[in-house]
Write a protein that binds this ligand. Structure first.
Ligand code: NAP
Length: 288
């Protein structure tokens, strides 16, 4: 039961109607018997500052922030966590005295998802497909978790170059290099962990993939697509057909939400049983 003292959290985005976060966060609260409620809030792009002031005045305890507000919200926060500053995007807010502190749970969420599937990062030669917002979180995670080398392949080469330069400077190691997407034949290693972060192949363009050439997939021992609709993307299919292992982005989505829930409820840890149940619910929901 939700009482008059319930902790209120929510998600802001534009649009937010498709968000699975209300389903997930309200399920966590229900399963744990917490007095907690999570609501969707559609906020127009020119209303961010007003929204932050409004939710603070209304007593909201925390927020998730989704597209397109992950960067534009940053000037209105009281504090920003170091990882979120490095990734230049915030997806979770926690109430502090006088405002909110911003975090980014995408990098840690991706790492927990990989761990859950028994996928190691340390010492691996990695490929990062894409250099957009999600790629920044993935790049940060790969650097932090001590990948041996990271090659970023992106359609717009300059964006890959900028990201590699930023990450090498931040971590003080020259292990990230940029490559135009079309130059994949020049890759030097034979066996990569690949993280697919482009939006190519996402529903409804389910037959699309950033690199079509089957030869490329022979070099991938594990391919993680951070897209979760469809359940098996064309990228994943091509990895599997070349005898690699493939994982989709649903667990990243779930774990970034779990980490946010744990930030709002510091004494709580979400169990494996609850995680499994929420994954099942979300898979059902995505089937439509
Ligand atoms: P974004 O900032 O718009 O970046 C899109 C990326 O895709 C860029 O690297 C872009 O390359 C590339 N791209 C787009 N169209 C392309 C094409 N036709 N050919 C080659 N490359 C193309 O988007 P984002 O926020 O990073 O999100 C990317 C995907 O990740 C989305 O599908 C999103 O749903 C998913 N995602 C999943 C999670 C999760 O929790 N599982 C979290 C965040 C995002 P250019 O730089 O050349 O434009």
């Amino acid at each position: 039961m939700i009482s008059g003292n319930a902790k209120v959290c929510g998600v802001i985005g534009n649009p937010v109607g498709h968000s699975l976060s209300p389903l997930m966060q309200n399920y966590f609260a229900e399963a744990l018997g917490l007095d907690f409620i999570y609501v969707p809030c559609n906020v127009k792009n020119n209303q961010i500052e007003a929204a932050i002031q409004g939710i603070y005045a209304l007593g909201f305890w925390g927020l998730n922030v989704t597209v397109p507000h992950k960067q534009s919200i940053m000037p209105y926060l009281k504090e920003i966590d170091q990882a979120a500053l490095s990734i230049q995007a915030v997806n979770t807010l926690v109430r502090i005295d006088g405002g909110y502190k911003g975090y980014n749970t995408d990098a840690a969420g991706l790492y927990r998802a990989l761990k859950g599937h028994g996928i190691e990062v340390e010492g691996q030669d990695c490929l990062l497909l894409g250099a957009g917002g999600a790629a920044k979180a993935a790049a940060y995670m790969l650097m932090e978790k001590k990948a041996r080398s990271i090659t970023i392949l992106n359609r717009t080469f300059e964006k890959a170059e900028t990201l590699a330069g930023e990450m090498n400077r931040l971590f003080g190691r020259e292990i990230m290099t940029a490559m135009p997407l079309g130059d994949y034949e020049m890759l030097k290693k034979d066996s990569y962990l690949a993280i697919q972060t482009t939006s190519v192949g996402m529903h409804p363009q389910v037959d699309a993939v950033a690199i079509e050439d089957r030869e490329f997939y022979k070099k991938i021992h594990t391919g993680v697509d951070i897209i979760y609709t469809p359940k098996e993307t064309r990228f994943m299919k091509l990895v599997r057909e070349a005898n690699g292992r493939a994982v989709n982005g649903l667990d990243m989505l779930i774990y970034q939400g779990i980490i946010a829930f744990e930030l709002w409820n510091p004494k709580i840890q979400i169990s494996k049983e609850i995680t499994d149940k929420v994954r099942q619910m979300m898979e059902e929901k995505l089937k439509g």
